[in-house]
Design a protein around this ligand. Sequence first.
Ligand code: FES
Ligand code: FES
Length: 212
Amino acid sequence: MVQASAAMATVHLAGCASSAATTSAPAQTAVAATVEQPPSLQPVTLHVNGKRHRIEVDTRTTVLDALRENLGLKGSKKGCDHGQCGACTVLIEGRRTNACLSLAVMHDGDEITTIEGLGTPDKLHAMQASFLKHDGFQCGYCTSGQICSSVGMLAEVKMGMPSHVTPDLNAPGPLTDEEIRERMSGNLCRCSAYPNIVASIRQVATGQGGQA
Ligand code: FES
Ligand code: FES
């Protein structure tokens, strides 16, 4: 009886294997056909740092790759390429956005501000100057994302948008260090320059400066 069951199981497994063998060939063909599809190109207009750019991109191109590879703006950094580190943060229509998670073709006609558009070496944006003053970076890889994100974050505060740690949703209070840390939690820093990043943002937010 046991032998009969074993035999039946063997036949059943063999049947599965043979069925898999018969179905795997078309599946492989389908995958191969997908890989061989030519890229789909589409024209897109991006207004970056006040300058209009008309480019043609593969529809799978992210905003980050369009900025870095098509337009040669290398200030926005690619860290994780998965929306987890914030190194690629830019402002799109004034809102902070992970450029690695957004497709260029989704932003046809949009205004984009990168770290290169916030200030110039001769005339730094207040947040850039504050990061310098408070030593808000070490290797600097996360810094352009941190600065773009903090500028977008302060605009959100100004609009009265609460955060996860805001105690009263109807009457947002002062921008405490806890608020700054929570609102900037999407921007990681491998060098752990967080205390000085918070001090940099606090100075711009309050105009008071001070070391963390
Ligand atoms: S590179 Fe975009 S979030 Fe990390
Ligand atoms: S300064 Fe090095 S990753 Fe932030």
